[in-house]
Design a protein around this ligand. Structure first.
Ligand SMILES: CC(C)(COP(=O)(O)OP(=O)(O)OC[C@H]1O[C@@H](n2cnc3c(N)ncnc32)[C@H](O)[C@@H]1OP(=O)(O)O)[C@@H](O)C(=O)NCCC(=O)NCCS
Length: 273
């Protein structure tokens, strides 16, 4: 090889690298541009481990996947199906999170940890939704059309849970880790197990605070107080039952009801959190 050929080869390599760096730079600039302040803030709100904006922007695959999906979804809607799929595929390779570009995602969406999350083409996700790693929003049929779930606002889906079929998970519902959900989940309900069952509403209203929602989920005192508040509510319900039975027997219990203190477990739970 002559000196001239060697110089040409080195120049070609440098040129190639420069183009690669330029493309990567442009892509990163585009992603930073489409990252909104609330994308970052919702990470701080829901992950106590998040420390700085730089850390969130660089170390959270859930944020990266969400931002790339914003671009791939726009491409998909504009008819650029292959570039949209390819971009989504690249994001999956980097983040371990697969969001089909056709999926509709709301605001302040947060995927914690992320690895192994799959979100299908016709899935619809409301605002303020949180998913943990290993969650599938999948289909149960090969028919075209709506075949993936719809999640309402404020839904939390625990690690490893599978939500399958064109079902509706109501606003603020919670899905337990590793649950397999194949039926609608009512607003505010908690579903656990395989197949998922709905946890008792009265116990939940008593203030059983799901992990991933409260600020103090790792605080043993907060947990203990939540437990005591829940227990107090169950005791109140039993007393109310006894009063109702006494009333049926013709005993006047109006005074007992009038003098009962105004116990508000929801308010107290909020104070603890
Ligand atoms: C489902 C969840 C929200 C329930 O929280 P909760 O309302 O406080 O419920 P409790 O802890 O009081 O449990 C109520 C009942 O459900 C059961 N349960 C709770 N979570 C369950 C789960 N994931 N699978 C099966 N059963 C579960 C409890 O054993 C209990 O059963 P019991 O009534 O027979 O004793 C919570 O347990 C959960 O799974 N959160 C997801 C957390 C997660 O994925 N974190 C990942 C961090 S990396």
């Amino acid at each position: 090889m002559t000196l001239e050929h060697s110089i040409m080869a080195v120049l070609a390599i440098i040129g190639g690298l420069a183009v690669l760096v330029l493309c990567a730079g442009l892509l990163i600039a585009l992603l930073v541009y489409v990252t909104s302040r609330e994308d970052v803030n919702c990470v701080f709100d829901r992950d106590p481990a998040a420390r700085t904006t730089f850390e969130v922007m660089t170390c959270y695959p859930g944020l990266h996947a969400r931002v790339v999906h914003r671009v791939s979804h726009a491409l998909w809607k504009s008819g650029f199906k292959w570039p949209a799929r390819f971009l989504s595929h690249l994001a999956r390779s980097v983040t371990g999170i697969e969001i089909h570009p056709g999926a509709t995602i709301g605001r302040r969406f947060f995927i914690d940890h992320g690895m192994g999350v799959v979100i299908g083409e016709t899935a619809e996700v409301g605002d303020d939704v949180t998913l943990y790693h290993g969650v599938t929003l999948g289909g149960t049929s090969w028919k075209e059309g709506k075949r993936h779930p719809t999640l309402g606002n404020g839904v939390v889906v625990g690690a490893g849970a599978k939500v399958l079929g064109p079902i509706l998970v109501g606003d603020n519902a919670k899905i337990g880790s590793n649950a397999v959900v194949v039926k609608d989940v009512p607003v505010g309900a908690t579903a656990v197990g395989v197949p998922a069952r709905i946890l008792d509403e009265a116990r939940k209203a008593a203030g059983f605070n799901p992990y991933g929602i409260g600020n103090d989920q790792n605080d043993p005192f907060a947990k203990a107080i939540h437990g005591l508040l829940g227990h107090s509510m169950v005791v109140d319900q039993r007393l109310e039952l006894i009063l109702a039975h006494l009333e049926k027997l013709g005993i006047n219990v109006d005074d007992d009801r009038a003098t009962a203190d105004k116990f508000d477990p929801r308010h107290l739970n909020k104070i603890v959190d």
